[in-house]
Design a protein around this ligand. Sequence first.
Ligand code: DHB
Length: 303
Amino acid sequence: MLEVSLSGVRFKNPFLLASGVLGITPGLLKRAERSGAGGVVTKTITLEPRRGHVNPVLVELDVGMLNSMGLPNPGVEYFMDVITRARELLEVPLIASIGPSSVEEAEKLSTNVVKGGADMIELNASCPHVERHGLEILSDRKLISEIIGKVKDSVPGTPLLVKVSAMTDDICSLASTILDAGADGIVAINTIRAMAIDIHSQKPILGGVYGGLSGPALKPIAVRCIYEIYEEFPGSTIVGVGGIKSWEDAVEFFLAGASAVQVGTGIAYRGLEIFRELTEGIEKYLAHRGYKSIGEIVGLAHS
Ligand code: DHB
């Protein structure tokens, strides 16, 4: 009932662990699977190791969370081994999130993560606060097209999803560029650039000054982006992410046009049990309304 296929990769359920949350070691990825995740996405991997931003890197707000990790990761050479060990441990598909800053880096990153055993690639072209690894790439239409083309040429058998930001004036024209360039689908949306100021020190709180806003504040923006993309490109592969913390939230994403969804900040609120809550909730919703598969409700808000 909950099985989905994204560009030929099969998932036992449409609830995936989002990038940046727990996707750092094979053991943590396995914990997400044991908790019921239908697939997992790694922390974004860059070519060279990155230390990340100085503390503090996380602020809890009443509308969500603000983080400015600065893409800390051990670099692709080390991460290949993590992917290989995770691939051996896991039964669910493993999606490698890559964060290139150039076409050349995209080629090296994609070749290596696939050599390591990744089943799918998510291109993080939308980190809101790390120079050269995020929004600059997405806003340069020529560069993003070249990167997508290079990844598809380098690893032709591996589906490629591109993670977008809502921080664009026309999400549909962005989606059109991405799909025309050969990407297999879109992940919508990444965190939104935001900040918080400490009224006592009278200075920005985050070490990196700016951070990415995640959690409940993002949900209506994500639903709107998915709806807009699906309206223009019905039937396209869209993976939704942004503020899901209940099965009812997830249903909205499916109705808007998402074929699968990812959960990140929701884990901080509900714990890893969220995956079982989502699965059980949606199964009841579908059964109660007489649907036989999750695919039957994808995009229904449009008809
Ligand atoms: C980071 C990267 C992201 O893409 C994001 O949305 C939030 C944080 C980071 O590692 O800093």
